[in-house]
Design a protein around this ligand. Structure first.
Ligand code: CMP
Length: 152
């Protein structure tokens, strides 16, 4: 097993999560696992930002629908830190297709559709760095120790 180093990852709660009132539920799952919220920003994603964030999907059949959805309402952008945060968050949110996502995961429990699938999370250290830089400035991050830190 890879060494469990502290990482910072990027999470985006999509417009369907905001409009369904599920931000608290999803954030609770991430915090209870032991991840620390170090930045949070409710915002609108412009078409330009959507294009930069999802550049690797340009030209795919679902791309236009993806941009339409991500720009359709407010999102909650988050930066989370913790042991192996990138892979831990990916495990907690489940497979991209909610119909294939395991029960107990965010998408497995709360979503059924592929495009409004509630949440995006970085899939690698390279993606995390790039995506965090798209949504946050260096001064947006807070540094603090959770009271339950000794258990994580
Ligand atoms: P996300 O993790 O934000 O990354 C790309 C998004 O494209 C994905 O979640 C889905 O919301 C959306 N999407 C829609 N159709 C597909 C598909 N067939 N394959 C992958 N992603 C898709």
């Amino acid at each position: 097993m890879a060494e469990e180093v502290s990482e910072r990852t990027f999470v985006l709660l999509k417009p369907d999560a905001v409009k369904r009132g599920l931000c608290g539920e999803i954030l609770q799952r991430l915090e209870r696992k032991g991840l620390t919220v170090v930045a949070a920003r409710m915002m609108a994603v412009t078409p330009a930002l959507a294009g930069r964030h999802y550049f690797e999907h340009k030209g795919k059949p679902f791309y236009d629908g993806l941009v339409q959805h991500i720009t359709s309402g407010p999102v909650l952008a988050l930066a989370l830190e913790g042991r192996s945060a990138i892979s831990v968050v990916r495990l907690l949110i489940g497979a991209t297709n909610p119909l294939a996502a395991a029960p107990g995961t965010v998408r497995g429990d709360l979503a059924t559709a592929m495009t409004p699938n509630l949440i995006h999370a970085s899939d690698s250290p390279t993606s995390a760095k790039r995506e965090l830089e798209l949504f946050f400035q260096p001064g947006d991050y807070q540094s603090y120790t959770r009271a339950d830190q000794e258990f994580f």
